[in-house]
Write a protein that binds this ligand. Structure first.
Ligand code: ADP
Ligand code: ADP
Ligand code: MG
Length: 603
């Protein structure tokens, strides 16, 4: 089966020489395989006539065309296609009553599409966008799986579903008024106080929705779904913008929804959160923007491990040609005094009513300092002082010798660049032809298709990919990365983490990374700085300490312990009050994975 996809946002027939049409060998032979659609004005490709030569794919200057060959037997599993030459979704994740189903997969692979279908908002067309089936036929399509009774009830209105959308930053456009008033209007279950407590919404209860930060909006959006009296609760990326404490709070709150007669489904890229919130995991794989296939649900440990390994045994599918490697112990580091590259004294900074103090410290060549702490505690303020964007009120920062900086700010909204992505890389002197930049940054972050787009027209996620690639692709001595993983999917996060590690050790540079994804942080940092205090009021940053002390200090405050998966070595959060959780807290006094869980366990 041939699938030809034309990305509508990339195809620009007014700006190219219609290479796809001119060079197609079928067209040249007189048939109509590629043409411009009269309605949309964009390229159309006949999947019947196409022979899969790939010439149009290579010739398109905007990388708008993808053509893949899929096994014929997949045809019968086609659940949805948005339109002609559009993305195709095969199979669906199967929610399980009383359980939390986690969904893991790359960006553009069909996770949000799957959630919208499961919510009943998007009626699956089984590929027949021009002649969509009715519910009876759709229900027959799912015969034999738990999705049959599921869609029977959804279609008859016997089950209600609510979905927390991915993009919470758009909510202020549709929601108006004070948080408390807004939420109390939709409190169908009479659990307003409980939800307010569980998500710690007290301090923003009286605030106008339009004045909330990203993390605050996220919590309100999660609350708005939890308050509904529904049978199906769906959450699309609930951890975005939240700090670790809030991520765990949200995860616990979402878990508490699971119960008899209820279905809960969560899409998430933070592996610790996904692991913690889910009972089962479905993996979505395929080719981003082209097609996606849902795997059968697995137990949460086996599912996440399979994803990390890149191999689905039951389906016998390799979804990636490498595995994501974790390391059992933090590598011990003896820093030599002569390798110090940058140092700072005790620092003080006041911003409005917020005051920050940071203990003095230094960073060495080859060192990645991870910065952990809640939102609003001064992490960005500290990084800005290192970058020279902000002057400390007291204290100094100093590079030893020539230190070239590369800084990726947290918020990209201020970036006001006239020109294309290619122009931006040019301006920042990124060597886009180097094999390192191509292989380690552009391929995993899918930069090539963005090259001719205008920077001002990029979405938040696209902007993040470009800015991270630019920051890491530049030659520098000191890299300052403020929340580089936001918006990235799991594979992109580990690609970025790997680059940071390699770059820092092989080129002998140094890197600071602020990040809330604790599994990613564990993977990439050699040293930690922990920020604590009272968010928005007062922050205190520690000097850099080794991973184990830093994690211990940080996790103790959160009251959370970690173990290591014996197979993949990835860190896992212990269930609160479990034997291991108590043993680590009370006997070992170790919050950070000194313990490997037993091989067998669960499933
Ligand atoms: P994910 O949530 O995994 O990032 P999505 O389900 O949002 O992926 O999107 C999967 C693919 O479907 C993407 O290529 C996206 O561009 C495409 N897509 C999403 N919505 C539409 C739509 N309304 N019309 C056409 N294509 C769409
Ligand atoms: P973090 O990066 O840890 O989330 P920030 O360093 O961005 O925290 O901010 C710490 C606190 O300082 C926040 O309460 C923020 O609102 C406040 N703040 C940041 N910049 C300014 C400013 N220019 N004027 C007043 N307050 C500010
Ligand atoms: Mg910040």
């Amino acid at each position: 089966m041939r699938v030809a996809v034309v990305d509508q946002s990339l195809c620009r027939p007014s700006k190219c020489g219609h290479e796809c049409i001119r060079f197609c060998p079928i067209n040249r032979g007189g048939a109509k395989c590629v043409w411009l659609d009269e309605e949309t004005g964009k390229a159309r490709i006949s999947e019947q006539l196409c022979v899969g030569c790939g010439i149009c794919v290579k010739k398109c200057p905007f990388h708008a065309i993808s053509i893949v060959n899929l096994p014929e037997k997949l045809k019968k599993d086609l659940v949805h296609r948005y339109g002609p030459n559009a993305f195709e979704l095969f199979k669906l994740p199967i929610p399980k009553e009383g359980k939390v189903l986690g969904i893991i997969g790359g960006n553009g692979i069909g996770k949000s599409t799957s959630l919208r279908i499961l919510s009943g908002k998007l009626k699956p067309n089984l590929g027949r966008y021009d002649n969509p089936p009715d519910w009876d036929e759709i229900i027959r399509f799912f015969r034999g799986s738990e999705l049959q009774p599921y869609f029977e009830k959804i279609s008859r209105g016997e089950m209600r579903a609510f979905l927390k959308p991915q993009a919470v930053d758009k909510l202020p456009r549709v929601l108006k008024g004070e948080v408390g008033a807004l939420l109390s209007r939709i409190d169908e279950r009479g659990v307003l106080d409980e939800v307010r407590e569980k998500l710690a919404l007290g301090n923003i209860w009286g605030r106008d929705v339009r004045k909330l930060s990203g993390g605050e909006l996220q919590k309100v959006a999660i609350a708005a779904v939890m308050l509904r009296d529904a049978d199906v609760y769906l959450f699309d990326e609930p951890a975005s913008y939240l700090d670790i404490r809030e991520r765990l709070r949200a995860a616990k709150a979402i878990r508490s929804l699971a119960g008899p007669g209820r279905y809960v489904v969560v899409v998430e890229h933070d592996l610790a959160v996904l692991d913690y919130v889910s009972d089962l995991v479905s993996i979505l794989y395929g080719e981003p923007g082209v097609y996606g296939i849902s795997s059968l649900p697995r137990g949460v440990r086996a599912g996440i491990n399979a994803y990390i390994e890149g191999y689905l045994r039951e389906e016998n599918v390799r979804i990636r040609d490498y595995r994501i490697e974790f390391y059992a112990r933090p590598p011990p580091h003896e820093w030599r005094p002569e390798s110090v590259m940058f140092r700072w004294s005790d620092l003080r900074k006041r911003l409005g009513s917020f005051s920050l103090t940071v203990e003095g410290g230094e960073i060495h060549r080859g060192e990645v300092i991870g910065i952990l702490g809640p939102n609003g505690i001064g992490k960005t303020t500290f990084v800005k002082m290192l970058a020279g964007v902000l002057e400390p009120d007291e204290g100094w920062v100093e590079g030893l010798g020539e230190v070239e900086l590369s800084y990726k700010p947290q918020f990209l909204g201020d970036i006001d660049f006239q020109g294309t992505v290619a122009d931006l890389f040019d301006t920042l002197q990124v060597d886009t032809s180097s094999s390192f930049v191509q292989a380690e940054l552009f391929r995993p972050l899918r930069i090539e298709p963005l090259m001719n787009r205008y920077v001002s027209e990029l979405s938040g996620g696209e902007m993040q990919r470009v800015v991270v690639a630019a920051a890491l692709g530049r030659d520098a001595d000191l890299y300052l990365l403020d929340e580089p993983m936001a918006y990235l999917d799991v594979e992109q996060r580990y690609a970025v983490a790997r680059v940071i590690k390699r770059l820092t050790s092989e080129r002998n540079v140094a890197t600071f990374v602020v990040e809330h994804d604790i599994v990613a942080m564990d993977f990439l940092a050699t040293t930690l700085m922990v920020f604590r205090g009272e968010p928005g009021v007062r922050g205190e940053g520690s000097s850099p300490v080794d991973m184990r002390s830093g994690m211990n200090e940080f996790l103790r405050e959160l009251g959370v312990t970690f173990r290591r998966d014996p197979h993949t070595k990835r860190p896992r959060i212990n269930k609160e009050g479990s034997w291991l959780d108590r043993y680590q807290k009370e006997v070992l006094k170790e919050y950070y994975y000194v313990v490997e869980e037993k091989g067998e366990e669960e499933e």
